[in-house]
Design a protein around this ligand. Structure first.
Ligand SMILES: *[C@@H]1O[C@H](CO)[C@@H](O)[C@H](O)[C@H]1NC(C)=O
Length: 438
């Protein structure tokens, strides 16, 4: 390679590097004759990775405004890992005679101390992180359905679990390398052990901060909902929902403080690991040992970053609230809306109308909603002086007069659908219903 690729390279250059490395590794594996199951699985994974990288390049090309710098480290690590694995394969094969036609010692092939399956899972983790980050960047533009959102959520969940397992594995190896190095040195032994302990504690403290912060995020919406429910009544009675507001402020303050603590812990962790790396390298004798430690270190950093990317994607996906209305049963005379005033997707399914109920669905303006609420309020009904039936049923056939006539026009009669319960409307009829009333 002419230009050594590094984190200071551009995202596009890194994508190209990673794609090339994965293709080169694929071809290298393919050039051997024997392909046991786990090797075929690895080939499939490499193919899928190449597909994702291709899609990533195309998206980056089309949407230059999308910021993908967070993917630089995973891309670099992934590309390097493919390259290093290819070298390990060449070495392993030359030890067993160097003949590609007769090589069968796949079980002896090790990378980072593990076998082919572990390497494949590592690649799968990179691939999933790229997919999640890409979807995250696209989230606002893409047209989401409930189904795709659910799929995306469970993908984030699964990927996080896998990445955490992988991080644990790498972390254990890092720890044992540090401690081995400590054993070999007289002067640094105690210091390395203490630093290793400090590293573990720092990681634990980070987990505590993250857990507490997640718990706060979890209760915040409930609190806000309580406040909103109370405030309408409370305002009418001249009291605002003060208790909820005080608590909400306090919780937000806690989250900020936890964020600051986490940031300081991160910095502390990085400096401890840097010192551990430097001290351990002094006692490692062979360049191979040093290289292996460097690989573990970058893999440790990358896995943590990937988990962080997933967590951020998770946070924003949890914030998307599609307006979902399902399986609603209208009370006899209730006024129902399954609508959005903000242009959000409205998803309506299995909605039933009560005997004298009124429903409005779809996209409505805020003013329309308010006007409808006024018109259908109990006092408006009283003022109309007529029977409720007259209020609710528009003068569809042109006979009789009602308040509807001035406000909404005459309306028209819906064509009855035989399969339909005449008390209910299906989502497919929302449009007609809206036309009738709005
Ligand atoms: C995603 O967010 C939800 C709600 O805050 C949380 O329960 C879940 O553990 C998170 N999942 C991941 C993978 O971070």
């Amino acid at each position: 390679m002419a230009d050594p690729i590094s984190l200071s390279s551009g995202v596009v250059a890194l994508m190209t590097f990673t794609l090339q490395s994965s293709v080169v590794l694929y071809k290298a594996i393919d050039s051997y004759r024997s392909h046991p199951k786990n090797v075929r699985d690895l080939k499939d994974e490499l193919e899928a990775l190449a597909g994702v990288l291709q899609a990533l390049s195309e998206t980056a090309e089309k949407h230059k405004e999308i910021d993908l710098t967070a993917l630089k480290l995973p891309l670099l690590r992934c590309g390097k890992a493919c390259h290093e694995f290819e070298e390990a394969l060449a070495k392993c094969s030359s030890r067993s005679g160097g003949l590609k036609t007769s090589f069968r010692d796949w079980a002896k092939l090790k990378y980072m101390g593990d076998g082919i399956d572990e390497f494949r899972r590592m690649l799968a983790g990179y691939k999933a992180t790229i997919v999640i980050a890409l979807a995250h960047a696209n989230l606002q533009q893409s047209s989401l359905t409930i189904e795709s959102l659910d799929k995306y959520k469970s993908m984030i969940q699964d990927t996080t679990t896998d990445l955490e397992d992988h991080l644990q594995n790498v972390d254990d190896k890092l720890k044992s390398t540090f401690l081995q190095a400590a054993d070999r040195s007289n002067e640094d032994a105690v210091l390395v052990r203490q630093m290793q302990e400090e590293r573990s504690s720092t990681q634990q403290c980070l987990v505590i901060c993250a857990q507490l912060s997640a718990y706060i995020s979890q209760i915040q919406p409930t609190l806000a909902a309580n406040g909103a429910r109370r405030s309408a009544d409370a305002r009418a009675a001249g009291v605002a929902a003060v208790a909820e507001q005080i608590t909400a402020d306090g919780l937000e303050g806690c989250k900020d403080a936890l964020g600051i603590a986490s940031k300081r812990l991160e910095e502390h962790l990085i400096s401890i690991v840097d010192r551990l790396m430097a001290t351990s390298k002094k006692t490692l004798s062979s360049p191979e040992e040093t290289a292996n430690l460097d690989i573990l270190h970058s893999e440790w950093q990358t896995a943590r970053l990937c988990i962080d990317l997933c967590s951020k994607a998770n946070e924003s996906v949890m914030k998307i609230n599609l307006n979902v209305f399902e399986n609603l049963k209208g009370e006899a005379e209730v006024l129902q809306f399954f609508a959005s005033t903000t242009g959000r997707v409205v998803h309506a399914k299995d909605i039933f109308l009560g005997a004298k109920g009124v429903q409005f669905g779809g996209q409505l303006s805020d003013a329309t909603v308010q006007q409808i609420c006024r018109d259908f309020s109990p006092s408006a009904r009283m003022a109309a002086m007529g029977s409720e039936t007259e209020m609710i049923t528009p003068a569809a056939d042109g006979t009789g007069t009602s308040q509807f006539l001035d406000r909404y026009g005459r309306g028209f009669k819906l064509i009855p659908k035989p399969a339909q319960d005449d008390k209910g409307i299906s989502p497919g009829q929302q449009g007609e219903q809206a036309k009738k009333t709005g």
